[in-house]
Write a protein that binds this ligand. Sequence first.
Ligand code: PLP
Length: 397
Amino acid sequence: TSPLSDRLLAMTEPATIAMVKKARELMAKGIDVINLSFGEPDFQTPQYIKDAAKQALDDGYTFYTPVPGIPELRQVICEKFKRDNQLDFQPNQIVVSTGAKQALANAVLSLVNPGDEVIVFSPYWVSYEEMVKLAEGVTVTLRGTLANEYKVTAAQLEAAITPRTKLVMYSSPCNPTGAVFSREELGAIAEVLARYPQVYALADEIYEYINFVGEHASLAHFAEVADRVITVNGFSKGYAMTGWRLGYLAARPDIAAACEKMQSQITSGTCSITQRAGVAALRGGRASADEMVAAYRRRRDLVLGIVKDIPGFKTPTPSGAFYIFPEVSAYFGRTAPDGSTINNALDLAMFLLNDARVSAVSGDAFGAPECIRFSTAAADEKLVEAFGRIKASLAKL
Ligand code: PLP
C-alpha cells in the first residue's frame, strides 16, 4: 500500500506531463522543438522593478514580513484598485501571497467545506479543480457556447446553483480561452448571485492588463454582491514577474483575515525583496504592461491570420491573455502517416509534437478535451514558424 495520503493520491497529474517528457526527450536529441505550452510572458521583468529589488537587498530587507504583506504594498494595492477598477478597499482587506495561485488556494481552503459545491466556469485554469478537491469540495463545471467564446451566462449559472453551492470561480480574461466578461455580463451574474446569499465568488483577474478590448470589468464592482466577492490579482502576467511569486486578493475583512490565518500556518508572508519590487511595480503604473500588450496583440493577430486557414480549427478570437484555444475535434478519428489513430486532443498534441515539433497543451487539463491550447507569448518569427509547421503537419492527417 502507498504511504501517501488519500488527499495526495486523489490529485491528478497534469495532462501535460507526458507532453513535457516527450518534448524534453526530443530536445535532448538536439531536435528543435518550439515550446508553446508554457503560460508565461516571454518578456523580462521591467528594469525599474529589478532595480527596486536590488535596492531592497541593499537596504536590508531580508527579514520576515507581516503575513498579509508589508504595509506599503497593501496600501499601493488599494491605490491600484481605486485607479484601475474604481474599487474601494482598505489595507486590512488585502492579503499578499506567494503568487495569485496561493491567493486562490487560501480562498478555496478558507471557504469550502467537504461536500460543498463549487461552480467552475469551464474551460478553466488547471489548478482550480485540484484546489477544490484539496478542500474536499465538489466541482460543478459550466460551459457557454463556442459562439459566445465559451462564456457562461447568468441563466446557466442560476440553473446550476443548489442549496449546496458555496463558491463560483472563473478567470477573466480567461486562461485558456482569452474570453473577457463585459460589465453587462458580470452585472447579470451579480444579479443572480444577489439572490443566493450563501454563494461567494472568486474572481481571478490575473490577466487584467493583457486585454485587447479595453474594458476590464470586476464582479466586485456590483454593490449587491461586493461583500461576497474575493478578487484575485498578481504580478506574474501584467508585469512579467512569474518567477518572483507575488499575488494578492481583496475581500471582506473577515474573509481576508481567514485567508491570512490559512497562509500564516503554511508559508507566512511572501519574500521581502519581492514585495519591495511589487511596490515599485504598482507605483510605476501600467505603462510597461501596455508595451507588452501591444506585442501580445500583434502576435494574436499574426497567429489568428495563420490559423484561420487551417481546416478543422475553430478558434474564438481571444479578447485577452496570450493563448489561442482552438476546438480541434474535426481531427479525431483520422489516421496519422505512421498508421496510428488520432483519438483525442492528447493524441493530436502528441502528433504535433512529433511531426511539427511544436509543443502545446491538450484541452483536457482545462476541462475541454476537444481543444488544444497554444501560447502566443513567443517571438513573432517563432510563431510564424510554429504555425506554419502545424499547418503542414495537419495536412497529413
Ligand atoms: N490564475 C490563472 C488564470 C493563471 O493562468 C495563473 C498562472 O498561470 C495563475 C492564476 C497563477 O499566477 P501566479 O504566478 O501569480 O501564481
